[in-house]
Design a protein. Structure first.
Length: 190
């Protein structure tokens, strides 16, 4: 069984909306505008590319990342990695041709079936709605969080407000950096 890892830049109050400067959000670009850049705080992002066996994205994140990541040297490892997009509306004609193998999944059941296949970890980037659905369905096995010392208020959240049983997590790795960022890696306890 493959491990599904949710990887997120997240504010202290749980917002994951538009960290890289995406349009339409009041505090867009908060990961680089409001906190001093320290390369060591982002080491986990480099490690994720080396360890992952596939990328899982929602439609909105796929449409954003597929326009930029294929030509960026910083994301070269992801270019050759299989990609899966969970969408009920995306068609084969909507996929870009310069980002390697991409498969459209139509349901969380298909994600669950993907987890049963052979291969390395499946990393989920961005995709706030997909992350909430995966979490609520018990399909996330690990969280890689880079927590920013910011309170953003409104915006898309990583975790849903669904009334559900307590989900226990085990902190397996953590580090605090001089700029206030914190790396927190949690395994989901089943």
């Amino acid at each position: 069984m493959r491990t599904v890892i949710s990887s997120a830049f997240i504010s202290l109050d749980g917002v994951v909306d538009s960290p890289g400067g995406e349009p339409g959000y009041r505090n867009t670009g908060w990961t680089f505008k409001d906190v001093e850049f320290l390369p060591e705080a982002f080491e986990i992002k480099i490690r994720e590319q080396k360890e992952a066996g596939a990328i899982l994205l929602g439609r909105t994140s796929y449409e954003a990342f597929s326009q930029v990541w294929p030509d960026m040297a910083d994301f070269a490892d992801y270019k050759v990695m299989p990609k899966y997009v969970v969408s009920t509306t995306l068609g084969e004609g909507d996929l870009v041709s310069n980002w390697g193998e991409t498969t459209i999944l139509r349901s969380l059941d298909e994600v669950a079936a993907l987890k049963e296949t052979e291969g390395g970890p499946i990393i989920v980037h961005g995709s706030a709605s997909l992350n909430r659905a995966l979490s609520d369905a018990g399909l996330i096995d690990r969280y890689h969080l880079v927590v920013f010392p910011l309170l953003l208020g409104a915006g898309k959240r990583l975790f849903s407000a669904t009334d559900k049983d307590t989900q226990k997590l085990k902190l397996v790795e953590h580090e605090a950096y001089a700029n206030g960022l914190q790396k927190q890696v949690f395994d989901v306890i089943r």
